[in-house]
Write a protein that binds this ligand. Structure first.
Ligand SMILES: C[S@@+](CC[C@H](N)C(=O)[O-])C[C@H]1O[C@@H](n2cnc3c(N)ncnc32)[C@H](O)[C@@H]1O
Length: 256
């Protein structure tokens, strides 16, 4: 695809597959095209690796944080299960929202390796009383059992999968954690952007098929109890209607 931006003429010209079109630079279509390219370049530049949340590094794209915040406020979960802890920023993010909003009891973080300095910092964090850490492979049955044991009967549960992003691992996680998700809540297979950046310098060609979005789409296709749809926007005074996200085909809502 060739994109030519002319800020004087206020146009964005696109040539793709032998077809050419010219868009209003200030219109919705141009915004979405620019955003899609920006998303891919921002991923390659490791833009999501530049943020902290309440003092802990969080590895997320900012819009995904905001949309997750909206989903958490809409669902009001008692327990949020997150696979993939890293520095603990996403655990602190979820726990902080719950505490600020006056709902929620626990955030459970699962990671195959919780490095000592990260564990120490998470356990010393003011939100630590709301966080439980479990070390192990998130798809291992004994680890899933340990997570389940922390959930009390009747609690509303949301699950965010952000660990090993191979299609096979995410498929195993979806099978294992979906039963914990309560109706109306979500299980989120993050980082499907891998399929959009397979050709980027930091990408890998096999990501075209081997990615979390593929696992989520497959799961949704054979599970009538889950529907693939991002959380509804709770405020929108624009003409925009799709997220600028590193998590395409990620949000699986439990229906029925
Ligand atoms: C992208 S980071 C998580 C980022 C974190 N959720 C955040 O927002 O800051 C991925 C983490 O997944 C962990 N991981 C990789 N394979 C795993 C597995 N099989 N089970 C559990 N965790 C795994 C890695 O150790 C790493 O800490």
């Amino acid at each position: 695809m060739r994109i030519t931006i002319d800020t004087d003429a206020r146009t964005l010209a696109v040539e793709e597959d032998g077809a050419a079109r010219t868009l209003d630079l200030w219109g919705k279509d141009a915004f979405e095209l620019i955003s899609d390219v920006w998303l891919r370049t921002s991923w390659n530049a490791k833009y999501p690796y530049t943020f902290t949340w309440l003092d802990r590094p969080i590895i997320q794209h900012p819009e995904d944080m905001v949309r997750t915040q909206e989903a958490i406020c809409a669902v009001r979960p008692d327990v949020i299960v997150e696979t993939g802890v890293a520095h603990g920023g996403s655990l602190v993010f979820s726990a902080g929202l719950m505490k600020a909003m006056g709902f929620g009891r626990l955030v459970v973080g699962v990671d195959i390796e919780i490095r000592p300095h990260n564990r120490e910092a998470i356990e010393a964090h003011p939100l630590a009383p709301m966080i439980a850490l479990i070390e192990g492979d998130s798809a291992a049955p004994e680890i899933v059992d340990a997570v389940r044991a922390l959930i009390r009967p009747g609690e509303r549960v949301m699950v965010i999968l952000d660990s090993n992003h191979t299609r096979a691992h995410v498929a195993r996680e979806l099978e294992a954690y979906a039963p914990l998700v309560t109706p109306g809540s979500f299980i989120v297979a993050t980082d499907g952007i891998m399929r959009e950046v397979a050709d980027a310098p930091r990408g890998k060609p096999e990501w075209v098929d081997d990615n979390p979005a593929a696992a989520a789409e497959e799961f949704a296709a054979r599970r009538p109890d889950f529907a693939l749809a991002p959380p509804a926007w709770r405020f929108n005074e624009s003409a925009l209607d799709r997220p600028i996200t590193g998590w395409p085909s990620a949000w699986l809502r439990r229906v029925g």
